[in-house]
Design a protein around this ligand. Structure first.
Ligand code: VTB
Ligand code: MG
Ligand code: MG
Length: 333
């Protein structure tokens, strides 16, 4: 008899938690969306953090934030090491980015999301808030097709060949940054198309999982390490390949990483090195984006949200559209 469960049952996260984390990202997204387009990155971020923390503290978990808003002294809430949950239930690691794309939200541009991942305790990479080199493709390719140390040309060539299309039919998603000038030129030289985003590479990486709909075949470039771990948690659920490397270019960063358990500063992380075991991932749209619709404030106080939630052990991906009617009445956000 075959079974889809590949880890011992005692290590599974209870599936009921799937819905619980949807509430968390929904509330964070609604709170941030109230400040959408107001040009206030910090205020929107803080609103998302407050809402996310309040909701996390209602969940029956013994959670530890491993990817959070920063070190305890710089982040009063959702700091790395903070305990969340009702302190009863499974021990879990929590990764959060309550408002991923603060600038997108402040400018009401596409692609801001509220996002989090939950995994068995001790199974998420404890990554410091440094840059991370990343390369990712979606599911359905041979193992190790892409190589973080190969040239962009080589990676594009391999993906095109595996897909059975010319390189000119490949689209690479890249963060629009000066540091990526050479990378962008190298990709364009192959004939491939570069789609630039100003922010938001958690969603960016997730785009690779569904090239037929998103038009994105590969993600390449350097972004935040916390965002890398969140994206890895998502790809762990939907499949795909992702390789990353922390950019630890100063003593201070190397020491910080070491104190968080990073023994080899040059280590290449695959998805399973960043998110092992069973994990859940959720993201709710704050502004409209190509992955998710943003929060809509309708008449009669109806608030609509769209969330994607994934569970690694089964690979289930759900899109949940919700109408919230009582948020103001119960002062819940
Ligand atoms: C990265 C990326 C994020 O901010 O952290 C980026 O991973 C910051 O990059 O998705 P810069 O320092 O070059 O601005 C996001 O785009 C949004 O948090
Ligand atoms: Mg953030
Ligand atoms: Mg972010």
């Amino acid at each position: 008899m075959s079974t889809i469960i590949s880890v011992p049952p005692q290590l599974l996260l209870e599936r009921i938690l799937t819905l619980e984390i949807v509430r968390v990202t929904e509330r964070a997204a609604v709170s941030a969306a109230r400040l959408r387009g107001h040009g206030q990155e910090k205020a929107a971020d803080q609103a998302a953090v407050d809402a996310m923390r309040r909701e996390l503290n209602r969940i029956p978990i013994e959670g530890t934030v491993v990817i959070g808003e920063g070190e305890r002294d710089e982040a009063p809430m959702l700091f790395i090491g903070e305990k969340v949950g009702i302190n009863a239930g499974p021990k879990v690691d929590i990764a959060v980015d309550p408002l991923e794309g603060t600038t997108l939200c402040a400018k009401n541009m596409p692609g801001a999301i509220a996002t989090m991942a939950m995994a068995e305790g001790g199974t998420l990479l404890h990554a410091p808030d440094v840059y991370m080199q990343k390369i990712a493709i979606g599911p359905g390719y041979d193992k190790h097709l892409i190589d973080i140390d190969a040239t962009p040309e080589e990676n594009i060539r391999r993906v095109a060949k595996a897909k059975g299309v010319p390189m000119s039919a490949i689209t690479a998603l890249v963060l629009d940054r000066a540091r990526h000038a050479e990378l962008i030129a190298a990709i364009r030289k192959t004939g491939a198309s570069v789609r630039l985003i100003t922010d938001g590479d958690v969603a960016g990486v997730i785009h690779t999982a569904d090239p037929d709909n998103t038009g994105v075949d590969i993600y390449i470039g350097t972004g935040g390490a916390p965002e890398g771990v969140l994206a890895a948690a998502a790809l762990r659920c939907i499949g795909g390949q992702m390789y990353t490397r922390l950019i630890l270019d100063t003593h201070e960063k190397r020491n910080r990483a070491e104190s968080m358990g990073v023994a080899d500063p040059n280590k290449i992380y695959a998805i399973e090195d960043m998110a092992q075991g069973d994990c859940l991932f959720a993201a709710t749209g704050v502004t409209d984006g190509s992955l998710l619709s943003g929060v809509k404030f309708r008449k009669d106080n109806v608030i609509q949200t769209e969330t994607v939630v994934m569970r690694s052990v089964t690979g289930t991906v759900r899109y949940i559209k919700a109408d919230h009617r009582q948020l103001d009445k119960f002062h819940l956000d």
